[in-house]
Design a binder for this molecule. Structure first.
Ligand code: ADP
Length: 404
């Protein structure tokens, strides 16, 4: 039971022992069977939880095998849990330590963030940051609370394209207050913290890991419907840290027709799959050029390859975005929020459908009275069992981001 205490529910961010989710532990000659009660039937994060439980219980020497069975909480149990979480929501307590998902790395909780989505690419320059920014802008236009975490430490461009400058500061509860764009998107990027943003970040792996974790955990994101994480390209230490540390709900892959070999994209996608992060689909950026004069489509990089690449990777193809001089101009001017594109509108609709499905699954298990209170879709999303705890501090290790 003590080992299970370190496992956090990926949705609620609290220990599964404290949440009364552990139903049964049977130890038979070194073979351990643990039964966990999920808050939602077919919980999309059940796999993450099962892996975390396995990792926490498994110890070489005394445990030969671990089996994790799941069941679903009854309505009565859910009600009790909800009441307990509400009672403790105002109290702030530091995390007791999450499940170890790698040497020295724990998965952090999600606090008040409903959905965390990472944007990845095989290599740099394909427009990953641009896609992250317009995705955030489109979600914001739909009325969602959105945050963008720029985890691309070596090429941080999010703050610039979203027109954010200035220094983040420490709020009254000790968390770093992210800056806001014109439309209200919360942004956190290493460039906002560096004294000289033009200086390159030359840090070794452990420090990069620590900084990325701080950009997530030490920041007071508040309640968000979506946190989009702009990952560094490729499969280095930094994206690995994000996959291991953050409770990701999904990954969107960005490619461009210039990607010399689909193998580069495959590596990034396979990394996400290996880390059990659901890949939502692939977007091809800079796919073609639409002549501003005659409207004719020109395939300047040859035939668009996105659709084929997506099917070879067994991913949904989310759409192709053209090369558009307006994008470069608006990015340079920090006004990318003004850009809209039907492909992104479609992707946002897809994300919303998924979120509503999750909320519906949950409310099916909740008492009718609770469902009635949550009338609109947004209220439904926010009425999720995970009551938002107030800001908790996190001691992140070797390098501390300094803000006053
Ligand atoms: P990455 O994050 O993959 O390194 P960026 O998003 O920073 O790439 O994009 C690289 C450059 O390409 C930026 O200057 C950006 O404004 C420009 N860009 C991205 N997508 C497009 C597009 N579809 N049309 C025109 N310029 C684009």
């Amino acid at each position: 039971m003590e080992r299970l205490r370190t496992v956090l529910d990926p949705e609620i961010g609290r220990s599964i022992v404290d949440l009364n989710m552990v139903r049964d532990i049977v130890v038979d000659n070194g073979n351990v069977t643990v039964k966990i009660a999920l808050t939602v039937a077919h919980c999309p994060l059940a796999k993450t939880l099962q892996t975390d439980v396995e990792n926490a219980v498994r110890k070489p020497g005394d445990v030969k095998s671990v089996r994790v069975d799941t069941t679903t909480m009854t309505r009565k149990e859910l009600e009790e849990l909800r009441a307990r979480l509400q009672a403790s929501a105002s109290r702030s307590s530091p995390p007791k330590g999450g499940p170890m998902v790698g040497p020295g790395i724990e998965r952090l909780g999600r606090r008040g963030i409903r959905s965390i989505i990472a944007i990845i690419s095989g290599k740099g320059g394909v427009g990953k940051s641009f896609v992250t920014s317009i995705l955030a802008s489109e979600l914001k236009r739909h009325g969602y609370e959105v945050g963008v975490l720029d985890a691309d430490l070596t090429g941080p461009s999010i703050a610039k394209v979203l027109g954010v400058s200035g220094k983040p500061y420490k709020g009254p509860n000790g968390g770093i207050v992210p800056l806001r764009t014109e439309s209200g998107i919360k942004v956190m990027s290493i460039n906002l913290v560096l004294d000289d943003p033009s200086m390159p970040v030359i840090w070794r792996g452990p420090i990069v890991n620590s900084v990325i974790r701080q950009l997530y955990w030490d920041v007071d994101w508040g309640e968000l419907h979506y946190l989009l994480v702009d990952l560094p390209p490729g499969t280095s230490d930094a994206p690995l840290t994000v996959f291991q540390s953050l409770p990701l709900d999904g990954v969107i892959v960005v490619s461009s027709p210039q990607d010399l070999a689909s193998m580069i994209v495959s590596k990034a996608v396979n990394m996400a799959k290996k880390m059990n992060a659901p890949v939502l689909g692939l977007i091809e950026n800079m796919s073609y050029l639409k002549c501003p004069e005659c409207g004719e489509t020109m395939n300047i990089f040859g035939e668009p390859k996105g659709q084929k690449l997506a099917s070879s990777l067994e991913l949904p193809f989310l759409g192709a975005i053209p090369l558009d001089p307006a994008i470069a101009k608006l990015s340079d001017e920090g006004r990318i929020e003004e850009y809209s594109n039907p492909i992104i509108v479609g992707i946002v609709d897809e994300l919303r459908t998924r979120a509503v499905k999750q909320a519906e699954q949950l409310t099916q298990a909740l008492p009718i009275a609770v469902v009635h209170r949550a009338r609109t879709i947004d209220a439904l999303l926010l009425s999720h069992v995970g009551v938002i705890p107030s800001h908790e501090s996190f001691n992140a290790g070797p390098t501390a981001i300094q803000v006053s």
